[in-house]
Design a binder for this molecule. Structure first.
Ligand SMILES: [Zn+2]
Length: 265
């Protein structure tokens, strides 16, 4: 990565490597990241070490083999790496395809910016996964791990950058309104097919994430950051068995009861 320009922030717990033509997005991303890092350090006394790789298609091809345009996380608690695209790729294409297949109130002139911002915010969802791990929530089942990663990202957006929360929910609605033939429809199926679903059935994966985002918004409006505190008290450090997981979750937020039942049918 030596050929990429590097920026260090916050006593080096956050670094960003970026392509030559991505300087202004790198600055925007790292400012938001620094704010998120401060927010959760203050709330939960946790400070993951993060390196963001924000690259264009050409640099990306030298580093990775997966299709371009989807943020992803790798590494571990020693140092987390988050790949984020600096130009349009697969996810922006899919969002635009969804948008043009429906009648959504978002004006057409905004769709590019909104779709690109949404992809950046998926990067913040990835950072949400690092908080789950660092706070002892690394043994959650797949669907709840996705839910919590978004919860961390969404709390931050609403509290510190409401415009991003609006973009997140607007594009989420676009992806949920799009008509899809679903192969998978229950949370058990999501958990079972998790490791391959994003590549094998991307429409299904998007739909599940969309359903989680919608629920995150509802739960956030009711409980705010307190929900994370209660989840930590209940499930931290593997205090979770599959038998009583749902009962415990419903105890924290009864709004899950009907939602979980609907997902079973
Ligand atoms: Zn995720």
């Amino acid at each position: 990565m030596e050929y990429l320009t590097k920026l260090n922030y916050q006593e080096n717990n956050i670094k960003i490597h970026y392509s030559d033509d991505a300087e202004s997005s790198a600055k925007d991303v790292i400012e938001l990241l620094e704010e998120m890092s401060n927010y959760y350090e203050y709330l939960f006394n946790v400070k993951p070490t993060l390196t963001v790789i924000l690259v264009n298609k050409t640099d990306y091809k030298k580093l990775f083999e997966k299709p371009y345009g989807m943020p992803f996380l790798f590494g571990s608690e020693k140092e987390w790496y988050i790949n984020m695209p600096s130009e349009e790729g697969i996810i922006v294409d899919l969002i635009k395809e969804d948008y043009y297949s429906i009648h959504h109130p978002l004006e057409e002139k905004y769709i590019n910016d909104y779709a690109n911002s949404f992809v950046t915010l998926i990067g913040f969802h990835e950072i949400g996964h690092t908080y789950c791990c660092e706070l002892g929530l690394d043994k959650l089942c797949h669907w709840f791990s996705e839910f919590m990663a978004t919860y961390f990202a969404y709390c931050f957006m609403v509290e510190k950058s409401p415009k991003h929360a609006e973009i997140w929910m607007t594009i989420n609605q676009v992806t949920l309104d799009a008509k899809r033939q679903l192969k998978y429809m229950t949370l058990d199926e999501f958990n079972e097919a998790y490791s391959t679903m994003a590549s094998e059935a991307p429409g299904d994966y998007t739909w599940f994430q969309g359903m989680f985002n919608e629920k995150v918004d509802e739960i956030y409006k009711r409980y705010g950051i307190l929900f994370i505190k209660n989840v930590l008290d209940t499930f931290k450090d593997g205090k979770m068995s599959s038998e009583d997981f749902e009962d415990k979750l419903i105890k924290i937020a009864p709004e899950f009861e009907d939602w979980l039942n609907d997902f079973r049918n």
